[in-house]
Design a protein around this ligand. Structure first.
Ligand code: H79
Length: 455
């Protein structure tokens, strides 16, 4: 089983470094999967084809918007970094009134960007529930003046748009009286209790999972996040403490098709590299989650937006390795998406309009090495050459390719005029027009006769 554990330390201004674990997980044949009506392969089909998802980090931390007492670089870890007691942090909830929230507007941005699924924070580490839960009053319906359930509204909007809605759920909880501070990141808790009982906390988590899988229609993924909690314990110990298998069994019982990521101590359905792209093709399903600027939660001073070029080339790079790109946006406390984020998702959408056939449903490049000019994906007897650096001499060489090419053409344009191809000892050469069809990434399609042969 390919279950790498990668730990690294990252400095922060106000808290000491924190250990974080990431795992590129494999998929063992779980007993519950065998019992489910769908085979694991079928269950994964939509995910493997999707390639592009939108992550949304929205919560009480959106209210201070990253700023507090002269410091300007906080995000969704605001409460821990400021060491704010629960009673004081709850003051932000009392101000949380996102009157401009419009689920359809968010989904429209996602849909026109070409996103196939949305993962939203139902509960982040601060423990604040962004949904109508009966298991704590610390939720958006009861503890804010807004009194609405955004997940309910998003579920309806996603359903209408054909986008899969998925829920992020934090394992550590800085608010629950039953989550022991000793297991929390830096042992932080907003209101630590001496009699905190992890067994009771697991019951709470199970109850909330039941709510999330009962009240919002079909859920694509339960996206657990350990966020560097349970420091010093290995995955197996965390899985045992959290009764992870029981939780996963319950998920499968309620919604057999719901996927589970690998951050509940078990590898489950897929791996989740965070803020980095694996160096090469992976043997099992994975999804790279990444911020669009330097924060997950909204930070009003963070203007370090990734240009559309970076985002598009990341998406292509990840697809060429067989994975999905889960790109984050942190909405404001007013309920809007930052205009810069809307702009970037829009530019990605314009590119996807032409090039998405070379992204959706593709598999990793069959070639051993990535070409110097860009990346390759494959689907239905076709190779898609994603050209970042258009050749100045008009000769695009695919090194090591031995296969007979039936036809080569640009993906852009409906006429699909054939491009001359020569087969040589160094691979296949395609004569391309002088001008790149797209400044960021142009797609050349190779229609293959028979099996793909490459060195
Ligand atoms: O939900 C997002 C993050 O909050 C969470 N996972 C993603 C999906 C996450 N868990 N761990 N980490 C991110 C890395 C931890 C980084 C930290 Fe820090 C460095 C924690 C404290 C110092 C980043 C910078 C968070 C606060 C300051």
């Amino acid at each position: 089983m390919n279950f790498l554990r990668q730990a690294f330390f990252q400095g922060s201004r106000f808290v000491c470094a924190v250990a974080m674990s990431l795992a590129l997980g494999g998929r063992p044949a779980l007993a519950a999967e065998a019992a489910a009506p769908m085979s694991p392969e079928n269950k994964m089909a939509w995910f493997d084809a999707a390639r592009f998802g939108m992550f949304i980090h929205w919560g009480v931390y959106s209210v201070p918007a990253g700023e507090w007492q002269g410091q300007t670089w906080y995000g969704e870890w605001f409460q821990l970094e400021t060491r704010m007691p629960a009673a004081k942090y709850a003051g932000f909830a009392a101000q949380f009134n996102p009157v401009q929230f419009d689920a359809n507007a968010w989904v429209k941005v996602a849909k026109s960007a070409g996103v196939k699924y949305i993962v939203i924070t139902s509960k982040h580490h601060d423990g604040f529930c962004m949904f109508d839960t009966k298991l704590t009053g610390y939720n958006i319906v009861l503890a804010t003046p807004w009194h609405r359930d955004p997940l309910k509204e998003l579920a309806a909007a996603c359903q209408a748009a054909g986008i899969k809605l998925c829920f992020y759920y934090s394992v550590p909880d800085w608010h629950s009286p039953d989550f022991p501070a000793k297991y929390s990141q830096h042992k932080f808790h907003g209101d630590p209790q001496a009699d905190a009982d992890l067994e009771k906390y697991v019951t709470y988590v199970k109850g909330q999972i039941r709510e999330l899988l009962t009240n919002y229609g079909p859920v694509g993924i339960l996206w657990f996040d350990d966020g560097g909690s349970f420091e010093g314990l290995d995955h197996a110990q965390v899985a045992r403490l959290m009764h992870a298998q029981e939780i996963i069994d319950e998920i499968h019982q309620l919604q057999p098709q719901c996927l589970v990521n690998n951050r509940l101590g078990l590898p489950a359905d897929y791996g989740t590299p965070e803020q980095f792209i694996p160096g090469g093709k992976q043997s099992s399903a994975f999804e790279v989650c990444m911020t669009l600027n330097d924060h997950w939660g909204y930070n009003k001073n963070d203007h370090k937006w990734k240009p559309a070029k970076t985002v598009i080339q990341n998406l292509v790079d990840i697809a060429s390795k067989g994975g999905n790109y889960l790109l984050n946006v942190g909405p404001t406390a007013e309920g809007t998406l930052p205009p810069e984020a809307v702009q970037i998702f829009g530019e990605v959408g314009a590119w996807m309009k032409v090039n998405s056939p070379a992204i959706y449903g593709t598999s990793a490049s069959p070639l051993k090495t990535q070409p110097a000019w860009g990346r390759i994906t494959a689907k239905d007897g076709k190779l898609f050459l994603h050209v970042f650096d258009w050749p100045k001499d008009g000769r695009l060489v695919v090194p090591g390719l031995k296969t007979k090419i039936a036809k080569a053409h640009l993906l852009a344009g409906w006429w699909h005029k054939g491009l001359p191809v020569t087969h040589g000892a160094d691979g296949v050469t395609i004569m391309v027009p002088a001008e790149a069809p797209d400044k960021i990434s142009s797609t050349v399609v190779l229609e293959i006769k028979g099996a793909i042969e490459a060195e």
